[in-house]
Design a protein around this ligand. Structure first.
Ligand code: THU
Length: 129
């Protein structure tokens, strides 16, 4: 299986495990790290709505816990005909562990619909102070 297909399968499986009883919008995210390892996560909502976390946050947490620090590619999956793009906070989360040209794949059950760089999604990101 090629890397992109593996990312798609992992993110779809994560979306299946999502805990999204409030929005009923399940999201999965999968990362290929620069060391060649795969990580994934899903959104986890909470009855106190702002406490919920996005799928990207879960996947990044898994990557850090696995000892990797650099995202080579990330794929975000939802069973939605409307293309879902990472929220603003998740763009910043992804940028922290990416290079400007790191690819962010946007996918649904039809497959990858669009691939953008993190720089396209978050130009002029806050990186240094
Ligand atoms: N969500 C994600 O997990 N990732 C995104 O990039 C956008 C939104 C989640 C948050 C919430 O649980 C649900 O989707 C609806 O907003």
């Amino acid at each position: 299986m090629n890397n992109t297909l593996e990312l798609l399968h992992l993110a779809a499986a994560s979306a299946h495990n999502a805990y999204a009883p409030y929005s009923r919008f399940a999201v999965g995210a999968a990362i290929l790290s620069s060391n060649g390892n795969f990580y994934s996560g899903c959104n986890v909502e909470n009855i106190s709505y702002p406490v919920g976390t996005c799928a990207e946050a879960g996947a990044i947490s898994a990557m850090i816990n696995g000892g990797d620090k650099t995202i080579s590619e990330i794929l975000i999956y939802a069973e939605s005909s409307t293309l879902i793009t990472p929220c603003g906070a998740c763009r910043q989360r992804i940028a922290e562990f990416s290079q400007p040209n790191t690819l962010v794949h946007l996918a649904n059950p039809d497959g990858i619909i669009q691939s953008l760089t993190i720089k396209e999604l978050l130009p002029h990101s806050f990186k240094e102070f």
